[in-house]
Structure formats: structure tokens, C-alpha cells
Design a protein around this ligand. Structure first.
Ligand code: ASP
Length: 584
């Protein structure tokens, strides 16, 4: 037997027991005067080992030679400690070691494997297997396991079947860029890795599986951000004979179940907000509703004062930053720089300070007097001590910019509290989105999303106005899930392809299998997919999804530990009938 206890479980109740432990040396503390302590770590915790020269000089000498991360097996007696550490469960005891076996030595690790490490990001990623020994990182993976496990439990209890779908599928250029895999047996032909099992799960509905789910890897070759990885995991679900309401209830239920059993939090019912409302008041289809700061529109209050900037703008909108009238010039300049960054793209920022003594000062005092400003602050429901920030321009763009500013200001004011969880549904998304440059419509969600019954007539006359039976679940400003009621009628699906600019041949070539399947009795169906990585990050309060993935890729899509991607041997290329020529 290698061990009969873990390093995280012994307490005063075990005093005088002889135990066998195995684990890694976290730290050796030589106290001098013939005493050395070793912290032994495993997945479950840390236990202090005590070596005294007086008790066993031989073992004491051996202990002094141990290095960090050596793998040990020890036998010893549990004793009460004289100086206790009440921060850890094993902090009241130590082991008086009577047998020590070094199972393996270790080189000095490239960074210290402790809560607060001295390893930078690159180093930790290169030695991720060591990084994963750190409790903070390991905890995230334990949480991830628990969320996946509880998801399976909830769905299984409701008769969902987990069905695996293939990883080597065909490319569907609609949507994001595909990762492709050359086929050796079919020269010149390629598989693609699935961006999601969307079509396959719809086919499973045609097959009658009626409640499907899969915790599944998906692949998208997109530019990376903190909340994006080239491969990520979805909790992918689909149901037959349901409407939107059924889906919202079922999966609101899943999210509440997870919060309840994992965090002990009883969430209130999820509010529902239309896409239009979200854009108008938050400038985002994933509003962070942990705090207010909704937009106020000022356009009608700003005209006739010769301020060309506002006069020529389609939209003038404001947010009210509570208690921020004391912002310094420098802080305001900082906010102006923030909105002017190319990623945000605003031309500038106008502010009104509502001083605590009730006076009003603005960056447009030349054009507007106190009386004018008074109307603005009333519209914004501001009080003395608040700061009004105003952005103007094209409506859609300005709302998005104001939305970014809202988040930045909330961050600065400490309003994005990680221990608070605000969940909501965004509903009534537009079905289509126009790409102005290409002059054509794209599906906002995907081409299989059904339009609202009452809007179908608009498909020909005003496609941009058609709303979809599509919904997103948003938590704390993060889109954690999204889905839709699907089209299940082949004529309507054909029509949709037509609106999206597909020729009949192209639609047939790409989605013929689905259209065919729909000829054989497709049931009404709808579904949703959660981003598991994002969900775990929110539960754990992480800033990046990378921290809850065992072996993540960096921002250039590299696995620095495996050193992938990499070039292939000529032989491999030949076998695949590939000729690689790098265009410079
Ligand atoms: N397949 C969709 C996605 O990946 C989700 C869904 O509609 O179920 O976004």
C-alpha cells in the first residue's frame, strides 16, 4: 500500500495513529537546533512532517537533503502541533516520521509551486503540468468537473441522452473559419472539425431522440481573446416537441441547479430582456446587470445651441456615474482616451459634473448654461455628486461605445462584484445581420434559426426587421449560452437559404443532407448550447477562460508546452498529398 491517508485529512481526531502518506515536497524548513519540517503536498492538501535529530538522527539528515517537489512516501505517528496553523484543515497536527522513502527526486522546478507563484504566464504554460500542481489552478479543474457532473445529473434525471457526434465532419463555410484536416485516403479532400454539433443534433431530433445533450469539444479558427480559445467545450442540448418557453424553463432550471448545488446560491427567476431593449439601454446584447447605469437619451434636449457636434449627431446618449463628480481632470482624460481607442472608436467624450454643492460644470459650458444642463441631469436621474458622461454620433455605434464606457466606469467604481451573479435571458434577436461591405445578409445566430411566425411575411420586404426565436443566457455581462427554435419545414429552410444568398445548388451541396432529412418527418425542435469554459470562469470568478482549462492555448493559438502547431516531415506531407508553400 502506497498510502492509507491523503495529505488533506488528518486532524486532532487521528492523534497517535500510525499513517502512511505519499506526496510531493512543497517546502523544507530547517529550524536549526535539530528540527526540520517538511510540508508534504498531494491533491487533497498539505501535511506537516516533523524530523527531530534527537528522535532519529538518520532521518533528520535525510530530510535536510530533500529538495522541492521530491516524491516521498512516509510512515509516522500523528501528533498535536505546538504552533498551529488554523488556515488549513490539517493545521493542528504533524507527523513524527519513522520511515522515509524517496520515490523520486526532482530537479529544482522553474517556479515555486505555491498559491502565489513567481512564475510568469509563459513559464507556467510551458510547464503547465507543474502549474496544475498549484492549488488555485487545481481548484478550477475540480470546479469544472463538478459543473460537468451536475449538468449530466440534471439532464439525465430529465431523460436527456448523451450522444457522441463525430469530430471529423465536413466544412460549412457559414459561421466562423473552420479548422481542417487533410484526408490521406481521399487525396485533395479535407475534413473539418465541428464548430458545433448543430446539424448533427438536429438530425438526432429527426431520428426521434427527443432530448439530446453532449459535453463536447468545438473548434473555431478565430482571433483569440480572453474568453476565446480555438478549441472550447459546449454543453450542447436539443429537444423535440418544445417551444421557446420550454427551453428557457428547462435551462434556467439547469443554471439554477448548478448555482444551488455548487455555490449554495438560490437564484431568483431570470428576467427576460429583448435585444432591442438591451441595445437601447446597455449598448450590448450581453448587458452586465449587476449595476444600473442605463443609458439616457439627450438628443431632444441638446438642439438649438450651436453645438455642431451634437446637432449633427443622430444620437446623443449619456450614462450617470454615481458619486464620480470628484473625478479629476486626469481621470476624465483617461476616459476620453479609453473611448477614443481604435477598438472603441468614439470621437470624444462630453462630461457634466454635478458637484456635491449642486453646481453644474461641463466640458461644453460654452454652449450650454446651467438651465440646459439641469434638464440633462434630470433626464439622467443624477444627484449631486454624480458625473454624467455623454457620447454622440451614429445611433448603433454610439450605443456600443457608450456600452463599453459603461463597463469601464463600472470597473473603476468597483461595481462589477465577482461574488454577485445576475442572470438574464436576452430574447427576440434579429434573425439577420447585414454586412454593409458585402451588401448581403448573414444569419445572426445560424441559418437554422426560425423567424418569429408574425415576422415571416417581412422576409422578402424587410429582412433586417425580422425577429428570430433566438435567445441568449447572460450572466454578469458574459454570454454563457445561446440557442434558438429551429426551422423544421424544408420550404422555410429553403427560403432562409435564399435570403442568405445561397443558390439552390450551393444550399444543396452544403446542407443537402439536412434538407433531405427534413423530408422524412422532422419534429418541431429547439435547443441551446452553453460555453462550459465561460460558465466555469464565472463560477470561479476568473478573468480568463484559460485558467479553467487544463492545457490551454496562448493568444496566438499555440500550445507552448507541446509546441504545437508545428511543421510536418516531408514524408508525412507526401503521404497526405500536400505541398506546402508559405506565401510571404
Ligand atoms: N450551435 C449553436 C452555437 O454553437 C447553439 C445552438 O443553437 O444550439 O452557438
Amino acid at each position: 500500500m502506497y498510502r492509507n491517508h491523503t495529505c488533506g485529512e488528518l486532524t486532532l481526531a487521528d492523534i497517535n495513529k500510525e499513517v502512511i502518506l505519499a506526496g510531493w515536497v512543497q517546502k523544507v524548513r530547517k529550524l536549526g537546533g535539530g528540527m526540520t519540517f517538511v510540508d508534504l503536498r498531494d491533491r487533497y492538501g498539505i501535511t506537516q512532517l516533523a524530523f527531530s535529530k534527537d528522535v532519529n538522527a538518520d532521518l533528520y539528515e535525510q530530510a535536510n537533503k530533500l529538495g522541492r517537489e521530491f516524491v516521498l512516501q512516509i510512515t509516522g505517528i500523528v501528533q498535536e502541533r505546538s504552533s498551529k496553523n488554523m488556515n488549513i484543515p490539517t493545521g493542528e497536527i504533524e507527523i513524527i516520521v519513522n520511515k522515509l522513502v524517496i520515490l523520486n527526486a526532482s530537479e529544482i522546478p522553474p517556479f515555486t509551486i505555491e498559491e502565489e507563484t513567481d512564475g510568469g504566464d509563459d513559464l507556467r504554460m510551458k510547464y503547465r503540468y507543474l502549474d496544475l500542481r498549484r492549488q488555485t489552478v487545481r481548484k478550477n479543474l475540480e470546479l469544472r468537473h463538478k459543473i460537468a457532473f451536475e449538468t449530466r445529473r440534471y439532464l439525465d434525471e430529465r431523460h436527456f441522452l448523451e450522444v457522441e457526434t463525430p469530430i471529423l465532419v465536413g466544412s460549412t463555410p457559414e459561421g466562423a473559419r473552420d479548422f481542417v484536416v487533410p484526408s490521406r485516403m481521399n487525396p485533395g479532400e479535407f475534413y473539418a472539425l465541428p464548430q458545433s454539433p448543430q446539424l448533427l443534433k438536429q438530425l438526432l431530433m429527426v431520428s426521434g431522440f427527443d432530448r439530446y445533450f453532449q459535453i463536447v469539444k468545438c473548434f473555431r479558427d478565430e482571433d483569440l481573446r480572453a474568453d476565446r480559445q480555438p478549441e472550447f467545450t459546449q454543453i450542447d442540448c436539443e429537444m423535440s416537441f418544445v417551444n421557446q418557453e420550454d427551453i428557457l424553463n428547462m435551462f434556467e432550471g439547469l443554471t439554477r441547479h448548478l448555482f444551488k448545488v455548487i455555490k449554495g446560491i438560490d437564484l431568483p427567476e431570470f428576467p427576460r430582456m429583448t435585444y432591442d431593449h438591451a441595445m437601447k439601454y446597455y449598448g450590448s446584447d450581453k448587458p452586465d446587470t449587476r449595476f444600473g447605469m442605463e443609458f439616457a437619451e439627450l438628443k431632444d434636449l441638446t438642439g438649438g445651441k450651436d453645438f455642431v457636434v451634437f446637432d449633427s449627431a443622430e444620437y446623443v446618449g449619456a450614462i450617470c456615474a454615481k458619486g464620480a463628480s470628484s473625478y479629476t481632470r486626469k481621470q476624465l482624460d483617461g476616459l476620453t482616451d479609453f473611448v477614443k481607442r481604435p477598438q472603441i472608436g468614439a470621437k470624444g467624450l462630453v462630461y457634466v459634473r454635478y458637484e456635491t454643492d449642486g453646481t453644474l460644470k461641463s466640458s461644453v459650458d460654452k454652449f450650454y448654461n446651467e438651465e440646459d444642463l439641469k434638464k440633462w441631469v434630470e433626464r439622467c436621474q443624477a444627484e449631486p455628486g454624480d458625473l454624467i458622461l455623454i457620447i454622440c454620433g451614429d445611433t448603433e455605434k454610439s450605443q456600443k461605445q457608450l456600452g463599453e464606457l459603461r463597463l469601464e466606469v463600472a470597473e473603476q467604481l468597483g461595481l462589477r462584484d465577482k461574488s454577485k451573479f445576475n442572470c438574464l435571458w436576452i430574447i427576440d434577436f434579429p434573425l439577420l445581420e447585414k454586412d454593409e461591405e458585402l451588401g448581403r445578409y448573414f444569419a445572426k445566430h445560424h441559418p437554422f434559426t426560425s423567424p418569429k411566425e408574425e415576422d415571416i411575411a417581412l422576409l422578402d420586404s424587410d429582412p433586417g426587421a425580422v425577429r428570430a426565436n433566438a435567445y441568449d443566457m447572460v450572466i454578469n455581462g458574459v454570454e454563457v449560452g445561446g440557442g434558438s427554435v429551429r426551422i423544421f419545414n424544408s420550404q422555410l429552410q429553403n427560403k432562409m437559404f435564399h435570403v442568405l444568398g445561397f443558390t439552390e445548388e450551393k444550399a444543396q451541396a452544403q446542407f443537402g443532407f439536412l434538407m433531405n432529412a427534413f423530408k422524412y418527418g422532422a419534429p418541431p425542435h429547439a435547443g441551446i448550447a452553453y460555453g462550459l469554459d465561460r460558465l466555469v470562469s464565472i463560477f470561479a470568478g476568473l478573468d480568463s477562460i484559460r485558467d479553467c482549462i487544463a492545457f490551454p492555448k496562448n493568444n496566438s493559438g499555440r500550445d507552448v508546452m507541446l509546441d504545437a502547431p508545428a511543421t510536418l516531415e516531408q514524408e508525412q506531407l507526401d503521404e497526405l498529398n500536400l505541398k506546402v508553400e508559405i506565401k510571404k
